[in-house]
Ligand binder design. Structure first.
Ligand code: PLP
Length: 404
């Protein structure tokens, strides 16, 4: 079910805002999506009527909060087809990946062995591997595709006898390229290599069935799929998570503590030290309810039609450098010849009410490969329209004239 303009404005109040006299056009979805009112209402309801710490209390509010929190976990588990114990709440993809690198780094699974990543990663799936390789004694192999475009055969040719783990994005936050994770996982499993997917961009646009695709570990963020900021998910296969050591230590993640030792809690608590973001989890559940109502198939179809349309229109402009490959989704990354991307973003905002991102997009190794330090990115979600893309094209033509 896709929504009418009226429903969209009712559900996403930000869409009713204007910049000067221009209605906001929100094309910064790869950074953060808009929040529907069912999400803000769910969070408000939690704080207004049920706020208490979870798991520890015998009183009514604590029981209600615990039930809401664990129901959220169940919904998310169902959404990705995981077991509830396999869903670890984190602050977002960045924390999920740090959790993973610290945890697997402390184990001996990858000690002295190779971890294969790529240079098209967001810094979140790059810097932790690069920085912690020394601390934990593993090697990082970087697949550095020419022109920043991922190629499966080239990628696979980087796998060696020593490769024990692959950590790769499902979809580039710069080029929108969709990575063939199914093929990577199949190939890796034949060689006994584990695969972690950074699903920050992939999951909101395609959903995922972790059992069907057989991914070993997955990270994603709530705020890129209609949920609030500060909540995300780390998924791992139960049999693997059980063997990994905890990341954070403290309350909630223990079974028994003595002066000599600590016995850790079962999954998922083992990986969730301290008071969790219950309101965030409740909000993420509401976001998933909303996505389910719209329907993932509808989201995918809308993305495809809108991206194709935007690519066609932007390719017709002879003053634009475009960084997308053909198979990109929901993201258009470009530069206006001879104009700094920050100027482009500022003028689009001030004169046309259009929000695009500009800068290095937290992917400097990839931008280096693309031969630039900074770009503009327009990124779409299901509430964006072809008319809005037309406005972007009008804005870009205006900018070209302005700087003539
Ligand atoms: N990975 C990718 C592909 C992303 O696009 C992003 C954010 O833009 C992240 C990781 C980091 O997500 P977060 O900032 O929610 O932790």
């Amino acid at each position: 079910m896709m929504l009418s303009k009226k429903d969209l404005i009712e559900n996403f109040p930000i869409l009713n805002r204007s910049i000067e006299d221009k209605k906001i056009i929100y094309f910064d979805n790869a950074a953060t999506t808009l929040t529907p009112i069912n999400v803000t209402n769910a969070i408000k309801d939690f704080y207004d009527y049920h706020n208490a710490n979870v798991h520890r209390g015998a009183h009514l509010l604590s029981n209600e909060a615990t039930e809401m929190y664990e129901n959220a976990r169940k919904s998310i588990a169902k959404f990705i087809n995981a077991k509830t114990q396999e869903v670890i709440f984190t602050r977002g993809t960045t924390e999920s990946i740090n959790l993973f690198v610290y945890s697997i780094g402390k184990s001996d699974w990858i000690k002295g062995k190779d971890v294969l990543i790529t240079t098209i990663e967001h810094h979140s799936n790059f810097v932790p591997w690069q920085q912690l390789a020394k601390t934990f004694d593993f090697n990082v192999i970087y697949y550095n595709p020419e022109n920043g475009i991922f190629n499966l055969d080239e990628f696979i040719s980087n796998i060696t006898e020593d490769t024990k783990l692959i950590s790769i994005t499902g979809m580039s936050n710069v080029t929108g390229q969709v990575i063939p994770i199914r093929e990577i996982i199949n190939y890796a499993h034949e060689k006994d290599i584990l695969v972690h997917v950074d699903g920050a961009q992939f999951v909101p646009h395609f959903g995922i069935d972790v059992k069907e695709i057989d991914v070993d570990f997955l990270s994603f963020s709530g705020h890129k799929m209609l949920g609030p900021m500060g909540i995300g998910v780390f998924y791992g296969k139960k049999k693997l998570l059980k063997k990994l050591p905890p990341f954070h230590y403290g309350g909630e993640m223990i079974n028994w503590v003595s002066i000599e030792n600590t016995d850790f809690a079962e999954l998922p608590e083992k990986f969730q030290a301290g008071t969790p973001n219950v309101g965030g989890a409740v909000g993420l559940k509401a976001a998933i309810d909303y996505i389910n109502e719209i329907g993932m198939e509808n989201i995918k179809e809308h993305s495809k039609i809108l991206t194709d349309y935007a690519m066609k229109r932007i390719k017709a402009l002879d003053f634009i450098t475009l960084y997308n490959p053909e198979d990109s989704s929901s993201i258009i990354t470009f530069n206006v010849d001879n104009v700094h991307p920050h100027d482009v973003a500022q003028i689009l905002s001030d004169k046309f009410g259009i929000a695009v991102r500009s800068g290095h997009l937290c992917a400097q190794p990839l931008l280096t490969q693309l031969g630039t330090k900074s770009v503009c990115r327009a990124s779409f979600y299901f509430y964006n329209t072809e008319e809005e893309v037309d406005k972007l094209i009008e804005g870009l033509k205006f900018i070209k004239e302005w700087f003539k």
